[in-house]
Design a protein around this ligand. Structure first.
Ligand code: SAM
Ligand code: DTB
Ligand code: SF4
Length: 328
Protein backbone atom coordinates (compact mmCIF):
# COMPACT_ATOMS: atom_id res chain seq x y z
CA UNK A 1 0.00 0.00 0.00
CA UNK A 2 1.31 3.46 -0.82
CA UNK A 3 2.14 5.30 2.35
CA UNK A 4 0.51 8.70 2.40
CA UNK A 5 2.18 11.53 4.24
CA UNK A 6 -0.02 12.31 7.22
CA UNK A 7 -0.79 15.76 5.85
CA UNK A 8 -2.29 14.20 2.71
CA UNK A 9 -4.85 12.02 4.47
CA UNK A 10 -8.35 13.27 5.13
CA UNK A 11 -8.04 12.64 8.85
CA UNK A 12 -5.26 12.96 11.39
CA UNK A 13 -3.18 9.83 11.84
CA UNK A 14 -1.08 9.17 14.95
CA UNK A 15 1.95 10.14 12.86
CA UNK A 16 0.40 13.51 12.15
CA UNK A 17 0.38 14.19 15.87
CA UNK A 18 4.15 13.88 15.81
CA UNK A 19 4.89 15.74 12.60
CA UNK A 20 7.40 18.57 12.84
CA UNK A 21 8.39 19.17 9.24
CA UNK A 22 5.71 20.78 7.17
CA UNK A 23 6.50 22.10 3.72
CA UNK A 24 5.50 25.72 3.10
CA UNK A 25 3.29 24.61 0.20
CA UNK A 26 1.39 22.15 2.41
CA UNK A 27 0.59 24.83 4.98
CA UNK A 28 -0.34 27.28 2.22
CA UNK A 29 -2.63 24.56 0.87
CA UNK A 30 -4.41 24.31 4.20
CA UNK A 31 -4.90 28.08 4.41
CA UNK A 32 -6.28 28.09 0.85
CA UNK A 33 -8.90 25.38 1.45
CA UNK A 34 -12.55 26.41 1.18
CA UNK A 35 -13.46 27.69 4.65
CA UNK A 36 -15.90 24.85 5.34
CA UNK A 37 -13.37 22.19 4.37
CA UNK A 38 -10.67 23.74 6.55
CA UNK A 39 -12.94 23.98 9.59
CA UNK A 40 -14.19 20.42 9.08
CA UNK A 41 -10.65 19.13 8.88
CA UNK A 42 -9.57 21.07 11.99
CA UNK A 43 -12.62 19.87 13.92
CA UNK A 44 -11.85 16.25 12.99
CA UNK A 45 -8.28 16.61 14.28
CA UNK A 46 -9.55 18.34 17.40
CA UNK A 47 -12.00 15.56 18.21
CA UNK A 48 -9.33 12.88 17.90
CA UNK A 49 -7.32 14.45 20.70
CA UNK A 50 -9.65 16.49 22.91
CA UNK A 51 -13.10 16.68 24.36
CA UNK A 52 -14.55 19.21 21.86
CA UNK A 53 -16.67 20.93 24.49
CA UNK A 54 -13.97 21.55 27.06
CA UNK A 55 -12.01 24.80 27.19
CA UNK A 56 -9.03 25.30 29.51
CA UNK A 57 -9.19 28.56 31.41
CA UNK A 58 -6.18 30.60 32.55
CA UNK A 59 -6.08 33.96 34.29
CA UNK A 60 -3.36 36.53 33.66
CA UNK A 61 -1.76 38.93 36.08
CA UNK A 62 0.82 41.60 35.30
CA UNK A 63 3.27 41.26 38.21
CA UNK A 64 5.52 44.03 36.89
CA UNK A 65 4.05 46.59 34.52
CA UNK A 66 5.49 49.00 31.94
CA UNK A 67 8.92 50.58 31.62
CA UNK A 68 10.22 47.72 29.45
CA UNK A 69 13.48 48.46 27.58
CA UNK A 70 12.48 46.31 24.57
CA UNK A 71 10.93 47.93 21.49
CA UNK A 72 8.25 45.39 20.46
CA UNK A 73 6.07 47.47 18.11
CA UNK A 74 2.77 46.05 19.38
CA UNK A 75 3.42 46.47 23.08
CA UNK A 76 1.99 49.22 25.30
CA UNK A 77 4.61 48.43 27.98
CA UNK A 78 7.67 49.46 25.98
CA UNK A 79 9.52 52.65 27.03
CA UNK A 80 10.04 53.34 23.33
CA UNK A 81 6.32 54.06 22.86
CA UNK A 82 3.79 56.41 24.42
CA UNK A 83 0.88 54.27 25.52
CA UNK A 84 -1.04 55.31 28.59
CA UNK A 85 0.41 52.66 30.92
CA UNK A 86 1.43 53.60 34.46
CA UNK A 87 4.69 51.75 35.28
CA UNK A 88 4.54 49.63 38.44
CA UNK A 89 7.37 47.80 40.18
CA UNK A 90 7.36 44.09 40.97
CA UNK A 91 4.32 43.19 43.08
CA UNK A 92 4.51 41.85 46.61
CA UNK A 93 4.14 38.06 46.87
CA UNK A 94 1.05 38.26 49.13
CA UNK A 95 -0.84 40.42 46.63
CA UNK A 96 -0.05 37.95 43.85
CA UNK A 97 -1.32 35.06 46.00
CA UNK A 98 -4.51 36.99 46.73
CA UNK A 99 -5.11 37.50 42.99
CA UNK A 100 -4.41 33.81 42.35
CA UNK A 101 -6.98 32.77 44.96
CA UNK A 102 -9.59 35.04 43.37
CA UNK A 103 -8.79 33.54 39.95
CA UNK A 104 -9.16 30.00 41.32
CA UNK A 105 -12.48 30.87 42.93
CA UNK A 106 -13.69 32.31 39.63
CA UNK A 107 -12.87 28.98 37.94
CA UNK A 108 -9.35 29.35 36.49
CA UNK A 109 -7.11 26.29 36.55
CA UNK A 110 -3.87 28.05 35.58
CA UNK A 111 -2.44 31.35 36.77
CA UNK A 112 -0.12 33.18 34.38
CA UNK A 113 2.17 35.87 35.70
CA UNK A 114 3.72 38.34 33.25
CA UNK A 115 6.52 40.85 33.74
CA UNK A 116 7.56 43.66 31.40
CA UNK A 117 11.22 42.71 31.41
CA UNK A 118 13.82 41.98 28.76
CA UNK A 119 14.98 39.32 31.23
CA UNK A 120 14.61 38.92 34.99
CA UNK A 121 17.36 40.64 36.98
CA UNK A 122 19.03 38.99 39.97
CA UNK A 123 17.47 40.93 42.81
CA UNK A 124 13.90 40.29 41.70
CA UNK A 125 14.34 36.67 40.87
CA UNK A 126 14.02 35.28 44.42
CA UNK A 127 10.63 36.96 44.75
CA UNK A 128 9.50 35.51 41.45
CA UNK A 129 10.46 32.02 42.65
CA UNK A 130 8.48 32.58 45.84
CA UNK A 131 5.45 33.56 43.74
CA UNK A 132 5.66 30.25 41.86
CA UNK A 133 5.87 28.25 45.11
CA UNK A 134 3.01 30.09 46.79
CA UNK A 135 0.64 30.09 43.78
CA UNK A 136 1.26 26.38 43.40
CA UNK A 137 0.30 25.83 47.04
CA UNK A 138 -3.08 27.34 46.15
CA UNK A 139 -3.69 24.36 43.88
CA UNK A 140 -3.27 26.22 40.60
CA UNK A 141 -1.02 25.40 37.67
CA UNK A 142 1.62 28.11 37.29
CA UNK A 143 2.82 29.93 34.19
CA UNK A 144 5.29 32.79 33.92
CA UNK A 145 6.43 35.08 31.15
CA UNK A 146 9.48 37.10 32.16
CA UNK A 147 11.42 37.57 28.91
CA UNK A 148 14.70 35.83 28.11
CA UNK A 149 16.09 33.27 30.56
CA UNK A 150 19.51 31.71 31.09
CA UNK A 151 20.13 28.10 32.12
CA UNK A 152 20.46 28.84 35.83
CA UNK A 153 17.12 30.69 35.81
CA UNK A 154 15.24 27.92 34.00
CA UNK A 155 16.68 25.37 36.43
CA UNK A 156 15.59 27.39 39.45
CA UNK A 157 12.11 28.02 38.05
CA UNK A 158 11.74 24.29 37.50
CA UNK A 159 12.89 23.59 41.07
CA UNK A 160 10.32 26.09 42.36
CA UNK A 161 7.65 24.04 40.57
CA UNK A 162 6.86 26.19 37.52
CA UNK A 163 4.53 24.26 35.19
CA UNK A 164 4.61 26.44 32.03
CA UNK A 165 6.77 29.21 30.60
CA UNK A 166 5.26 31.58 28.00
CA UNK A 167 7.68 32.93 25.44
CA UNK A 168 6.30 33.78 22.01
CA UNK A 169 7.97 33.73 18.60
CA UNK A 170 5.44 36.48 17.81
CA UNK A 171 5.68 36.32 13.99
CA UNK A 172 7.62 34.81 11.09
CA UNK A 173 11.43 35.08 10.98
CA UNK A 174 10.98 37.10 7.76
CA UNK A 175 8.66 39.76 9.25
CA UNK A 176 10.20 39.82 12.72
CA UNK A 177 12.65 42.66 12.01
CA UNK A 178 9.75 44.99 11.17
CA UNK A 179 8.39 44.59 14.69
CA UNK A 180 11.30 44.21 17.11
CA UNK A 181 14.92 45.31 16.94
CA UNK A 182 16.16 44.79 20.50
CA UNK A 183 16.27 40.98 20.48
CA UNK A 184 16.59 38.43 17.70
CA UNK A 185 14.47 35.49 16.64
CA UNK A 186 17.39 33.28 17.59
CA UNK A 187 17.37 34.76 21.13
CA UNK A 188 13.78 33.59 21.43
CA UNK A 189 14.54 30.11 20.10
CA UNK A 190 17.45 29.87 22.55
CA UNK A 191 15.24 30.72 25.55
CA UNK A 192 12.64 28.21 24.37
CA UNK A 193 15.31 25.50 24.14
CA UNK A 194 16.50 26.24 27.70
CA UNK A 195 12.94 26.12 29.02
CA UNK A 196 12.37 22.79 27.31
CA UNK A 197 15.68 21.35 28.50
CA UNK A 198 14.84 22.31 32.09
CA UNK A 199 11.68 20.20 31.83
CA UNK A 200 9.20 23.10 31.95
CA UNK A 201 6.21 22.89 29.61
CA UNK A 202 6.24 25.45 26.80
CA UNK A 203 3.59 28.03 25.96
CA UNK A 204 4.62 29.59 22.65
CA UNK A 205 2.67 31.30 19.92
CA UNK A 206 2.37 34.63 18.17
CA UNK A 207 0.36 37.65 17.18
CA UNK A 208 -1.57 38.12 13.96
CA UNK A 209 -2.95 41.32 12.48
CA UNK A 210 0.33 43.24 12.68
CA UNK A 211 0.46 43.90 8.92
CA UNK A 212 2.11 40.56 8.14
CA UNK A 213 1.12 38.61 5.00
CA UNK A 214 -0.47 35.18 4.88
CA UNK A 215 3.00 33.88 3.96
CA UNK A 216 4.20 35.21 7.34
CA UNK A 217 1.38 33.45 9.18
CA UNK A 218 2.28 30.25 7.32
CA UNK A 219 5.92 30.69 8.28
CA UNK A 220 5.12 31.40 11.96
CA UNK A 221 3.03 28.23 12.22
CA UNK A 222 5.75 26.27 10.43
CA UNK A 223 8.26 27.47 13.04
CA UNK A 224 5.94 26.58 15.91
CA UNK A 225 5.25 23.10 14.54
CA UNK A 226 9.01 22.56 14.04
CA UNK A 227 9.53 22.74 17.82
CA UNK A 228 10.25 19.29 19.25
CA UNK A 229 8.01 18.48 20.99
CA UNK A 230 5.28 20.89 19.93
CA UNK A 231 4.60 23.62 22.52
CA UNK A 232 1.97 22.28 24.92
CA UNK A 233 0.15 25.61 24.67
CA UNK A 234 -0.01 27.80 21.55
CA UNK A 235 -1.43 31.28 22.15
CA UNK A 236 -2.79 32.90 19.00
CA UNK A 237 -3.10 36.60 19.80
CA UNK A 238 -5.02 39.03 17.64
CA UNK A 239 -3.18 42.34 17.84
CA UNK A 240 -4.72 44.70 20.40
CA UNK A 241 -4.15 48.05 18.68
CA UNK A 242 -3.11 50.29 21.54
CA UNK A 243 -2.97 54.07 21.12
CA UNK A 244 0.62 55.31 21.44
CA UNK A 245 2.18 52.17 19.94
CA UNK A 246 3.53 52.09 16.36
CA UNK A 247 0.87 49.52 15.38
CA UNK A 248 -2.09 51.51 16.72
CA UNK A 249 -3.36 52.34 13.22
CA UNK A 250 -3.01 48.87 11.72
CA UNK A 251 -6.03 47.98 9.55
CA UNK A 252 -8.20 45.22 10.98
CA UNK A 253 -7.38 41.66 9.89
CA UNK A 254 -10.18 39.81 8.08
CA UNK A 255 -11.78 37.84 10.95
CA UNK A 256 -12.04 34.73 8.74
CA UNK A 257 -8.27 34.86 8.24
CA UNK A 258 -7.92 34.81 12.03
CA UNK A 259 -10.17 31.72 12.23
CA UNK A 260 -8.14 30.09 9.46
CA UNK A 261 -4.95 30.70 11.46
CA UNK A 262 -6.51 28.94 14.47
CA UNK A 263 -7.65 26.03 12.29
CA UNK A 264 -4.23 25.55 10.71
CA UNK A 265 -2.56 25.73 14.15
CA UNK A 266 -4.94 22.98 15.32
CA UNK A 267 -4.12 20.76 12.31
CA UNK A 268 -0.36 21.26 12.60
CA UNK A 269 -0.22 20.80 16.39
CA UNK A 270 -3.02 18.32 17.09
CA UNK A 271 -2.26 17.73 20.76
CA UNK A 272 -1.48 21.31 21.80
CA UNK A 273 -3.84 23.59 23.60
CA UNK A 274 -4.56 26.28 21.01
CA UNK A 275 -5.25 29.41 23.02
CA UNK A 276 -7.63 32.09 21.79
CA UNK A 277 -5.61 34.84 23.48
CA UNK A 278 -5.48 38.63 23.16
CA UNK A 279 -8.12 40.34 21.06
CA UNK A 280 -11.31 38.65 22.35
CA UNK A 281 -12.62 41.94 23.69
CA UNK A 282 -12.84 43.15 20.09
CA UNK A 283 -14.49 39.92 18.83
CA UNK A 284 -18.18 39.11 18.59
CA UNK A 285 -19.50 36.02 20.39
CA UNK A 286 -20.12 34.49 16.97
CA UNK A 287 -16.50 34.97 15.92
CA UNK A 288 -15.28 33.37 19.16
CA UNK A 289 -17.66 30.44 18.57
CA UNK A 290 -16.06 29.96 15.12
CA UNK A 291 -12.62 29.96 16.77
CA UNK A 292 -13.74 27.17 19.14
CA UNK A 293 -15.14 25.27 16.16
CA UNK A 294 -11.78 25.69 14.41
CA UNK A 295 -10.04 24.02 17.34
CA UNK A 296 -9.25 26.71 19.91
CA UNK A 297 -9.58 25.10 23.32
CA UNK A 298 -8.22 27.54 25.85
CA UNK A 299 -8.71 31.19 26.73
CA UNK A 300 -7.59 33.88 29.14
CA UNK A 301 -10.39 34.52 31.59
CA UNK A 302 -10.85 37.65 33.72
CA UNK A 303 -11.42 41.33 32.98
CA UNK A 304 -7.83 42.20 32.14
CA UNK A 305 -5.06 40.69 30.04
CA UNK A 306 -1.82 42.39 31.16
CA UNK A 307 -2.68 46.05 30.58
CA UNK A 308 -5.63 45.91 28.17
CA UNK A 309 -9.24 44.81 28.73
CA UNK A 310 -10.54 41.28 28.26
CA UNK A 311 -14.25 40.30 28.26
CA UNK A 312 -16.06 40.40 31.62
CA UNK A 313 -15.97 37.03 33.42
CA UNK A 314 -19.80 37.01 33.57
CA UNK A 315 -19.99 37.47 29.81
CA UNK A 316 -17.61 34.54 29.25
CA UNK A 317 -19.62 32.33 31.62
CA UNK A 318 -22.74 33.17 29.64
CA UNK A 319 -20.97 32.47 26.35
CA UNK A 320 -19.84 29.07 27.67
CA UNK A 321 -23.43 28.29 28.72
CA UNK A 322 -24.84 29.35 25.35
CA UNK A 323 -22.32 27.15 23.52
CA UNK A 324 -22.48 24.23 25.96
CA UNK A 325 -18.77 24.57 26.72
CA UNK A 326 -17.25 23.44 30.01
CA UNK A 327 -14.34 25.28 31.63
CA UNK A 328 -11.40 22.99 32.48
N1 SAM B 1 8.24 40.81 28.48
C1 SAM B 1 8.05 39.43 28.27
C2 SAM B 1 8.25 39.03 26.84
O1 SAM B 1 7.94 39.77 25.93
O2 SAM B 1 8.71 37.90 26.63
C3 SAM B 1 6.71 38.92 28.76
C4 SAM B 1 5.47 39.77 28.64
S1 SAM B 1 4.93 40.15 26.97
C5 SAM B 1 3.74 41.41 27.21
C6 SAM B 1 4.02 38.68 26.52
C7 SAM B 1 3.40 38.62 25.14
O3 SAM B 1 2.25 39.43 25.07
C8 SAM B 1 4.22 39.07 23.96
O4 SAM B 1 5.14 38.13 23.52
C9 SAM B 1 3.15 39.31 22.91
O5 SAM B 1 3.00 38.15 22.13
C10 SAM B 1 1.89 39.57 23.73
N2 SAM B 1 1.40 40.94 23.49
C11 SAM B 1 1.91 42.09 24.00
N3 SAM B 1 1.23 43.17 23.55
C12 SAM B 1 0.25 42.70 22.74
C13 SAM B 1 -0.77 43.33 21.97
N4 SAM B 1 -0.91 44.66 21.94
N5 SAM B 1 -1.61 42.55 21.27
C14 SAM B 1 -1.47 41.20 21.29
N6 SAM B 1 -0.52 40.56 22.00
C15 SAM B 1 0.34 41.29 22.71
C1 DTB C 1 0.21 35.72 25.32
O1 DTB C 1 0.56 35.13 24.29
N1 DTB C 1 -0.73 36.64 25.39
C2 DTB C 1 -0.84 37.16 26.75
C3 DTB C 1 0.13 36.24 27.54
N2 DTB C 1 0.75 35.48 26.51
C4 DTB C 1 1.10 36.81 28.47
C5 DTB C 1 -0.56 38.62 26.84
C6 DTB C 1 -1.45 39.47 25.96
C7 DTB C 1 -1.14 40.91 26.22
C8 DTB C 1 -2.05 41.83 25.49
C9 DTB C 1 -1.70 43.26 25.70
C10 DTB C 1 -1.78 43.74 27.13
O2 DTB C 1 -2.80 43.46 27.82
O3 DTB C 1 -0.88 44.43 27.57
FE1 SF4 D 1 8.74 44.28 26.86
FE2 SF4 D 1 7.51 41.94 26.55
FE3 SF4 D 1 6.31 44.26 25.84
FE4 SF4 D 1 8.33 43.36 24.40
S1 SF4 D 1 6.36 42.34 24.69
S2 SF4 D 1 8.06 45.48 25.12
S3 SF4 D 1 9.62 42.43 25.96
S4 SF4 D 1 6.86 43.63 27.89
Amino acid sequence: MTKLAAGETGRASPQEALRHQWETAEIEGLFALPFNDLIYRAQQVHRQHFDPNEVQVSTLLSIKTGGCPEDCGYCPQSVHHHADVEPESLMAVDSVVEAARAAREAGASRFCMGAAWRNPGGRHFERVLEMVRRVREEGLETCMTLGMLDEEQTRRLKEAGLDYYNHNLDTSPEFYGEIISTRTYQDRLDTLRRVREAGIRVCCGGIVGMGETRADRVSLLQQLAAQRPHPESVPVNLLVRVEGTPLAQQPELDPFEFVRTIAVARILMPRSQVRLSAGREQMSDELQALCFLAGANSIFYGEKLLTTPNPEAGHDRQLFRRLGLRPA
